[in-house]
Write a protein that binds this ligand. Sequence first.
Ligand SMILES: C[S@@+](CC[C@H](N)C(=O)[O-])C[C@H]1O[C@@H](n2cnc3c(N)ncnc32)[C@H](O)[C@@H]1O
Length: 405
Amino acid sequence: MEQFTFIDLFSGIGGFHQAMERLGGRCVFASEIDPFCNAVYEKNYHMSSDVDIRNKRAEDIPAHDVLCAGFPCQAFSKAGRQDGLEDKTRGTLFFEIVRILKYHRTPYILLENVRNLVSHDSGRTWAVIQESLKELGYRTTKEPLILSPHYFGIPQIRERVFILGKYDKDRVDEPLVVDFGTYRTKASNSIYDVLDESAADPCYAISDYEEMVLQAWDEFYQGIDLKVIGFPVWADFFRYEGSLEGMPAWKAGFIRKNQKLYRDNRAFIDRWLKKYHDLEEFAPTHHKMEWQCGTRIDSLWDGVIQFRPSGVRVKTPDCFQSLVAMVQIPIIGKYRRKLTVEEAARLQSFPVDDKEDPFLPDENRQQAYKQFGNSVNVEVVRRAAEQLFGEKLPAEKQKRRAGEK
Ligand SMILES: C[S@@+](CC[C@H](N)C(=O)[O-])C[C@H]1O[C@@H](n2cnc3c(N)ncnc32)[C@H](O)[C@@H]1O
């Protein structure tokens, strides 16, 4: 494909940059305020991204064919504040995009955000974004475009909303049509597609304590009569004899299920509790286990495990849950170790294995996990961009821009 130019706003470690380069794009401007991301960007793309977009005049940004932006999630995410576009400090970052588009009339735009953006503030945030883009002369898809790496065979569930826009001011009411073909289901993916079989650096091994906790819960699962556990197992309530009155119904129901589990398996559970000293050496949150595998696996050591505040969670090895700024790095039961930085990179389709031009992650592991957790999946962006550009990216837009300015 002929070369085109793009700008990379809120550029992080360059998920969009990777995808656009794969399609023949050349980056002419990047903007990011996190110094750790800036260092990774410079190291990989040999250009500075150290710009706070709020301080950059649109006229000082080079002309470009594609504007890419994964604007920050905080104001839009369920986890964060719900102020959205009304939030002066964060919500206005979308208006930085508007400001640039107003000046440059960029032919193509590719935006990404958390899925929750669509329902945020009862749909008003989404409506405002759509309205603003329309007003600027952009055609977009009729429905919000939700994409996830696992739809394309990459074993990570990470549903995000993408906004594809094409500057076409006389046809803003005609929606853009996209067709991605058939998506994969979760179950037809496998985490082993991105995992290294060979022994990873010992720093990724689980600790003796973690091994003990997981071994205990695996023995528990093997020993009880129930194979599909549809509720969180909480050892503290096995022998609970107090009153359930006055408790919220969900809690009382959950305790009853744990009491019944204990009654039905008393001899085994008594032996198990004795062997593990009534779980006295376990942190309180590790007294709980959430089995979310149905009967798809029959040992905890075949699952993907996370030590979460809600307990030890076990999932099937088809997909990883969305990498987020990772504190609870998933454990791969089969290998008795944590997901490595390289594997996290593969989940986001960053080319860490490229022999000629490998992506170089942050050398600080915690930073690297966080950066991959915040980034966009490269392959998903590439697929979305292909839909947006269709066959005719370079020549068409060059002509139009020359005619307009
Ligand atoms: C969701 S992340 C985008 C990640 C990126 N798409 C990638 O692939 O790595 C949003 C980024 O916006 C950056 N950011 C927040 N405010 C900014 C500003 N005023 N100017 C530039 N970047 C900003 C944050 O530091 C954060 O890294």
